[in-house]
Ligand binder design. Structure first.
Ligand code: AMP
Length: 474
C-alpha cells in the first residue's frame, strides 16, 4: 500500500476534513481486494482509483465510519461498494437456502434512479462472487421485490419508504446488517426522509459500520452524522459547493418567452461547432418539463421528458433511449434527474434556474463527469436575477454572461437588484464561441477521474426489470 491512507487524518470530530491528495500512485491492487473483485474492476475498464476511492477504500476496509464529501461523477459508488464486497465476502455462499443469504450491507438512496445505478454497480463488482445484490424502490409492484428478498440477498440497495414497507410486511430483516450506507444523504434530508431514516437505522444493530456520502455538509448533515456515526473519518475530494473544474459555465440572458427558441439555437450552434447535441435540460416543474419536451419535438429536436408524473417504466424507457442516442434532449425535473449516471454528458442546459442554489450544483454535476469536459448553459430571464445572485454567492464566483447564438433574441444582464429587460441587438455570431469544439475531446484536464472512458454516450445499461431479477451473473 502506498502512503495515501496515512495522509488521511482520522477525526473524532464530525466536520473535520481532509483535502484531496493525488491518487496517481495508487492502484486497485494496493487495496488488497480479493482477486474476484479485482477481476470485476478490471472488466469495468478502471485503471486507477479515483481520489475518493483512493482515500475512502482503506478506511472502509479498516472498519472506520466515514463521511465522504464527493460530487456526483467522482466514482463515489465504487468507493463504498468495493470495500463492502470485500468485507462481506467471507459470508458468500452458494447455498440455495435463504437463511444463508441475510442482508449484510444496506445502501439507502433518495431516488429510484440512484438506487438502480448503485445496484447495477454492486451487481457488476460482485459478479464473480457468490454474493447477491438487489434493489427495492417504490412506484412499482411489490411482488417481484418480495420474491427476491425472500430468496435472500447480502447487499440491498433501497429507497427508504419502500424498504419500510418490506420491513412492515416482515419480508426484509435488518438484524444482520453489518454496514449501512447513506448515499446522497443531503438529498434524503431535503426530501423529508429523516423520520424514515431514523426508523430504519434503529432496526440495524448498533455494532455496525456506517458510511455517509453527501455532496455538501450542511449543519443538518453534520447533526445526522453526530447521531449515527462513530468517530467518523471525513474524506473530501472537492471543494464544497463547487462545480467540477471541467465544466464550462455560460449564462445567456434571455426572456422566458424566448427560451425554447434559444435552446434550438444553442443546439444548432453545437452542431455547427461539431459538438454533440446530447443534453439534459432542467426545468422547475413537471408541467413545464412536459410542455418543453413537446415543444422541442415540434421544433424537430428529438426530446423526451423525465419527471415525477412518469411511471418507472416510462422513465426507464426514456433514459435508455437517451443513453442510446435515440433522444438527444432529455428534459428533466430535479427529483427525476437526481443521481442519473450518464458518464461524459457533454451539455446541461438550465431552462430555468432552480429555486435552491445547491440544486444548481447538482444539475451541472451531470456534465463534466468522469473527468471529461462539459458545458453548463443557464438561460436566465431578468426576473431570475436574484436566483443567479444566490448561485454565484454559493459558488463564490461570477458566471460568464455570453450573447446567444445567431438569430436568437438576447438581453443584457440587468444591474444588481434590477429586473427590467431591455432588448439588445442581435448577438454577433462570431463572438459566440463558448463551446470550444477542440476541447470537447481533449483529455489534458481530465483530473477528476482516470481516463478510461471516451467522450460520448455509453450503451444503455440493463433495464430496471432485469436488475430486479438478477444480479446473478455468471
Ligand atoms: P459515481 O460518482 O459513482 O456515479 O461514478 C461516476 C462514473 O465513474 C460511473 O460511470 C463509474 O462507472 C465511473 N468510475 C468509477 N470509478 C472509476 C474509475 N476508477 N475509473 C474510471 N471510471 C470510474
Amino acid at each position: 500500500m502506498t502512503n495515501t491512507a496515512t495522509e488521511i487524518n482520522s477525526s473524532t470530530e464530525v466536520g473535520a476534513s481532509v483535502a484531496a491528495t493525488s491518487s496517481a500512485t495508487i492502484t486497485f491492487a494496493d487495496f488488497g481486494l480479493d482477486p474476484l473483485i479485482q477481476k470485476a474492476v478490471a472488466e469495468q475498464g478502471y485503471n486507477t482509483p479515483t481520489p475518493i476511492q483512493a482515500q475512502s477504500i482503506p478506511h472502509v476496509l479498516a472498519g472506520s465510519d466515514l463521511m465522504g464529501a464527493a460530487q456526483t461523477g467522482t466514482g463515489k459508488t465504487a468507493a463504498f461498494v468495493l470495500p463492502i464486497i470485500q468485507k462481506i465476502l467471507r459470508h458468500a455462499s452458494n447455498s440455495a437456502s435463504p437463511a444463508r443469504h441475510p442482508i449484510r450491507a444496506l445502501v439507502l438512496t433518495p431516488t429510484r434512479e440512484l438506487a438502480v445505478q448503485v445496484a447495477e454497480n454492486a451487481a457488476s463488482y460482485s459478479k464473480h462472487t457468490d454474493l447477491r445484490a438487489a434493489v427495492v424502490y417504490g412506484g412499482v409492484d411489490m411482488k417481484e421485490q418480495v420474491a427476491i428478498l425472500r430468496n435472500g440477498v447480502e447487499i440491498l440497495i433501497a429507497t427508504p419508504g419502500r424498504l419500510l414497507d418490506h420491513i412492515g410486511s416482515k419480508v426484509a430483516n435488518l438484524s444482520q446488517v453489518e454496514i449501512l450506507v447513506l448515499d446522497e444523504a443531503d438529498r434524503m434530508l431535503d426530501m423529508g426522509f429523516l423520520p424514515d431514516l431514523q426508523r430504519i437505522i434503529n432496526l440495524i444493530p448498533a455494532q455496525r459500520q456506517t458510511l455517509l456520502f453527501s455532496a455538501t455538509f450542511s449543519p443538518e448533515i453534520k447533526k445526522l452524522a453526530q447521531s449515527y456515526l462513530r468517530t467518523p473519518v471525513t474524506v473530501e475530494v472537492a471543494r464544497q459547493n463547487a462545480a467540477a473544474d471541467t465544466v464550462k459555465q455560460i449564462v445567456h440572458m434571455v426572456s422566458s418567452a424566448d427560451k425554447q427558441r434559444a435552446i434550438v439555437k444553442v443546439l444548432e450552434a453545437r452542431t455547427r461547432a461539431g459538438l454533440s447535441r446530447q443534453c439534459i435540460i432542467f426545468t422547475n416543474s413537471r408541467l413545464g418539463c412536459a410542455k418543453l419536451s413537446r415543444a422541442l419535438e415540434r421544433d424537430g429536436i428529438k426530446a423526451g421528458a423525465i419527471h415525477g408524473d412518469k411511471s418507472q417504466g416510462e422513465r426507464t424507457l426514456t433514459l435508455d433511449a437517451f443513453k442510446s442516442g435515440a433522444i438527444e434532449a432529455l428534459v428533466a425535473t430535479d427529483v427525476a434527474a437526481r443521481g442519473l449516471d450518464i458518464p461524459d454528458m457533454p451539455c446541461v442546459i438550465n431552462h430555468e434556474l432552480p429555486y435552491n442554489a445547491e440544486d444548481f450544483i447538482h444539475r451541472i454535476g451531470r456534465t463534466g463527469r468522469a473527468g471529461s469536459k462539459g458545458d453548463a448553459i443557464a438561460l436566465v430571464d431578468p426576473s431570475e436575477k436574484r436566483l443567479l445572485d444566490d448561485i454565484e454567492k454559493l459558488m463564490k464566483r461570477k458566471l460568464d454572461v455570453k450573447p446567444l447564438p445567431e438569430g436568437a433574441p438576447s438581453y443584457s444582464r440587468p444591474a444588481s437588484g434590477g429586473s427590467s429587460a431591455a432588448p439588445a441587438k442581435m448577438a454577433d455570431p462570431f463572438f459566440y464561441m463558448p463551446y470550444e469544439p477542440g476541447a470537447a475531446t481533449a483529455s489534458s484536464e481530465q483530473a477528476a477521474m482516470p481516463d478510461t472512458k471516451k467522450v460520448g454516450i455509453t450503451p444503455a445499461k440493463p433495464a430496471v426489470g432485469a436488475l430486479l431479477g438478477g444480479f446473478k451473473k455468471k
